[in-house]
Design a binder for this molecule. Structure first.
Ligand code: HEM
Length: 489
């Protein structure tokens, strides 16, 4: 062996070692990724296939693809990737993830022209968190107590105008009553007593400006958007006047408007008129349709199933025997049967059928079967209350109306663990108005049960999938007869 040959061996050895180190290094980077799996993708026609599947009904799509692909899958929707999480095992990350991982701001941005500048999805998360604290404070039990008194008065007043018997569209009536009640409890006495017609017409224009197209192009110069912008401007003027006059007179009221006027940021800055108005609009949008739809479904189911109607009536009799005709926050809180009837209507018909987030960093989710999927940064992540609330792995006969599934001993939503019932979302962004909504719907239905007999005379309603807040299709005609619920001594 000569020196040249020795050099060649050394060089070959060094090259070998360098290659090994290089491959190890590369493998070190690649290996963890190569074991990671992206979620399966929904098969569609190229380009617009995903959009067609989505527009044909997102819940139908989720149902079909869940059966084929399991609890995590991705839909290519034009240039976006939407990854769906179905069921509590995978959706817990959706609900619990910090805002830095999964955020609402981008996906709910279309609300900004409706709510106005400086509030909710128009501000950074740190400011939004403070504004949600204002909501939390405005919806504390001590506040709810006084709202309930106003809810009860509104219901009594509204139904006192019905005749002894007649036929009404329950959906229309409940929508109307709920906007009156919301005006009283949220927007305040000035609006409810003096400006109700003006303000509700303006809110109607705001509502009308929230179209499916607005989700993608919120500022498109269409007549509905122009009308929305004019309405919001006028609403701001009305509230600016009310806020100024309350501040000047020093008179305070028991309503959400007052809570927002009195709210202060951590740095001591008080809320501005624009912010107060925006937060009130947000509250009305969060609670108006959702509550009126739920009270209509509750009524439709009670009138369809006599056994649940009888149970709800028996509960009212028990409470009337105990407290007479009085209804307040604590008495409503004892209405467990009615609570379960509402909760079950809301399980079957959550008005918000799809909840969304934007992913800001790659993360993994593990399915019940132990498969780990990587969700890349940039995906939209979605979960569907309308589908998840009917999973047969959680609910027995999931398509059947059965309020007793929530009774002690069964509690199907609890047995299956957190995020099994997601009509109000959950976790980090769970609904702040849930107690308010239940109290309002209970106040209405306890009054109706105590004072009227009903019969559903139109066919049982269908779901209006085309609405932004999914509700009841068409009229819900009922025949009513005034009577006082008899309480046996
Ligand atoms: C039956 C009636 C209602 C239903 C079904 C409902 C449903 C929901 C759902 C599903 C979410 C979560 C959204 C998400 O995770 O992306 C939510 C959030 C919220 N709701 Fe409700 N809601 C109702 C009534 C109300 C009422 C009456 C108010 C206020 C007066 C209200 C205020 C809010 C607020 C402020 C949030 C945002 C919470 C956060 O992001 O931290 N809701 N609601």
């Amino acid at each position: 062996m000569n020196l040249g040959e020795n050099n060649a061996y050394v060089i070959a050895g060094v090259l070998f070692l360098v290659s090994v180190v290089f491959f190890k290094l590369v493998w070190g980077f690649v290996a963890p990724n190569s074991r990671k799996r992206l979620p399966p993708v929904v098969k569609t026609f190229p380009l617009i296939g995903g959009l067609i599947r989505f527009l044909n009904g997102p819940v139908v799509m989720v149902r079909e693809e869940y059966a084929k692909l399991g609890s995590v899958f991705t839909l290519n929707l034009l240039h976006r990737r939407i990854t769906f999480f179905v069921g509590p095992d995978v959706s817990s990350h959706f609900f619990k993830a910090p805002e830095s991982d999964l955020s609402q701001q981008e996906v709910y941005q279309f609300n900004v022209p409706t709510f106005g500048p400086g509030v909710v999805f128009d501000v950074d998360y740190s400011v939004r968190q403070e504004q949600f604290r204002f909501f939390t404070e405005a919806l504390r039990v001590n506040k709810l107590r006084s709202y309930v008194d106003q809810m009860v008065l509104e219901a009594e007043d509204y139904f006192s105008k019905w005749g002894d018997s007649g036929t009404v569209d329950l959906k229309y009536e409940l929508e109307h009553l709920i906007i009156l009640t919301a005006s009283r409890c949220l927007l305040g006495r000035e609006v409810r007593d003096k400006l109700f017609d003006d303000v509700s017409a303006l809110f109607h224009d705001l509502d009308n400006g929230m179209r499916p197209i607005s989700v993608i192009f919120p500022y498109l110069p269409i007549p509905a958007h122009r009308q929305r912008d004019r309405a919001r401007f006028r609403i701001s003027e009305i509230f600016a006047t009310i806020i100024k006059s309350r501040k000047c007179s020093g008179i305070t009221e028991d309503d959400m408007l007052q809570c927002f006027i009195d709210s202060k940021y951590k740095n001591g800055r008080p809320t501005t008129e624009v912010e107060i108005t925006g937060l009130l609009i947000a509250a009305l949008f969060a609670g108006q349709h959702t509550s009126s739809i739920t009270s209509t479904w509750t009524g439709a189911y009670l009138l369809k199933y006599n056994q649940y109607l009888s149970a709800a009536l028996d509960e009212q009799k028990r409470l009337m025997k105990k407290y007479g005709d009085k209804v307040d926050h604590d008495i409503l809180s004892e209405m467990d049967v009615l609570y379960r009837c509402i909760k079950e209507a809301l399980r079957l018909h959550p008005p918000l059928i799809m909840l969304l987030r934007q992913s800001h960093s790659e993360f993994t989710v593990k399915t019940k079967e132990g498969i780990e999927y990587v969700i890349p940064k940039g995906h939209i992540v979605a979960t569907s209350p309308a589908f998840a609330n009917r999973l047969p792995s959680i609910y027995k006969d999931p398509d059947t109306y059965d309020p007793d599934r929530f009774s002690p001993g069964r509690e199907e939503d609890k047995v299956a663990g957190a995020f099994s019932y997601i009509s109000f979302g959950g976790g980090r962004h769970g609904c702040l108005g849930e107690p308010f909504a239940y109290l309002q719907i209970k106040a209405i239905w306890s009054h109706l049960l105590r004072n009227f007999d009903f019969e559903l005379i139109s066919p049982f309603p269908e779901i209006d999938w085309n609405a932004m807040v999914v509700g009841v299709k068409g009229e819900v005609m009922v025949r009513y007869k005034r009577r006082k619920l008899a309480v046996e001594e």
